[in-house]
Design a binder for this molecule. Structure first.
Ligand SMILES: Cc1ncc(C[n+]2csc(CCOP(=O)(O)OP(=O)(O)O)c2C)c(N)n1
Length: 295
């Protein structure tokens, strides 16, 4: 995706919000919030040049913790609203933030179609492996057998292998990061935001209040940068194998990227040869004749 750059660069301060953060001490949301701002500044994007969309959840409460164009949608529905915005104006990068609860239960159908359609957007998964805002219910990604507030006897179901699921849909971009490694996440987000099509960024994050099994310390110990160890993001089969095997260590970095496949809007026959985007066209249509019919 080519992003129009501004001549005078943005600063971190441009993204500051007067609303104080209310996340728990040690929450991974802080790292993702900081890395997002660093990535946007690093890309030379001003707050008015990007749209950030938020699902409902602890992470979604970050919607007013940053300046710029932001949209706080309904639970599980951040992907369709982001996809719609990106279709209306594909020149503006759209970043969607969602929790693992919403993304792999309420909104899982949207995730399926976003990957297969290759919508032009970045999807940042706040993966704390539970429903944080509703005080620690099990999500599809909670470890099996884990005792949670809503499941005092332990989760009976199998844990969804989210990476295997995403890879089964033939994605064009998959990355995994750890919220405690802000420099690495910043670099991943910079590539994801520029990616042609749907960029899936799984960010493993601590939830010190409700997640007692994948703690900050555990993630710090087990995550490693696969790109630094020579992983080639062009190989889908290798990327899938690396992403799904978390038994000993957890591979992070850009695991897979393919920019050969066009994004959804590029395949629309009706848009071919068009130099305008739908928002431009709405702006230049004279509606007054049509309005007369309504009065
Ligand atoms: C359709 C719908 N279902 C359930 C809820 C209640 N609800 C609000 S936030 C939330 C938890 C969100 O968890 P997750 O998506 O994992 O995000 P996190 O809070 O962990 O960041 C739930 C279940 C809702 N608002 N709407």
């Amino acid at each position: 995706m080519s992003i129009p750059l501004s001549t005078s660069g943005p600063k971190m301060q441009d993204y500051a919000s007067p609303v104080p953060c209310t996340w728990c001490d040690g929450c991974g949301d802080y790292g993702i919030w900081g890395a997002t701002q660093r990535a946007l500044v690093g890309l030379g994007l001003h707050p008015w040049q990007v749209l950030m969309c938020y699902d409902v959840g602890c992470h979604g409460n970050g919607a007013d913790k940053m300046s710029g164009y932001r949209f706080h949608g309904l639970h599980g529905r951040v992907i369709p609203l982001s996809a719609g915005a990106a279709l209306a104006n594909p020149r503006v990068p759209v970043i969607a933030f969602g929790g693992d609860g919403a993304s792999f239960s309420e909104g899982v159908g949207h995730l399926v179609h976003a990957v297969r359609s290759n919508y032009q957007m970045t999807f940042v998964l706040h993966n704390n492996a539970n429903y944080g805002l509703t005080t620690g219910q099990a999500s599809a990604l909670t470890a099996q057998g884990q005792k949670m507030n809503s499941s005092p006897n332990g989760i009976p179901e199998e844990t969804l292998n989210s990476m295997d699921f995403v890879f089964s849909l033939q994605p064009t971009f998959v990355a995994r990061a750890f919220s405690g490694n802000i420099p690495q996440l910043t670099e991943i987000l910079k590539v994801a935001i520029k990616h042609r099509g749907f960029a899936f960024v799984d960010v493993l994050q601590a939830c010190p209040t409700y997640n007692k099994f994948a703690t900050h310390e555990m993630l710090l110990e087990r995550c490693y940068d696969a790109n630094k160890e020579g992983h080639d993001p062009a190989d889908l089969a290798k990327a899938r194998a690396l992403a799904t095997d978390t038994s000993a260590r957890i591979a992070t970095g850009i695991l897979y990227q393919n920019e050969e496949r066009p994004a959804f809007h590029e395949r629309l026959v009706a848009r071919q040869g068009m130099t305008t985007v739908p928002v431009d066209e709405v702006g230049i249509v004279d509606m007054s004749e049509y309005m007369k019919e309504l009065v």
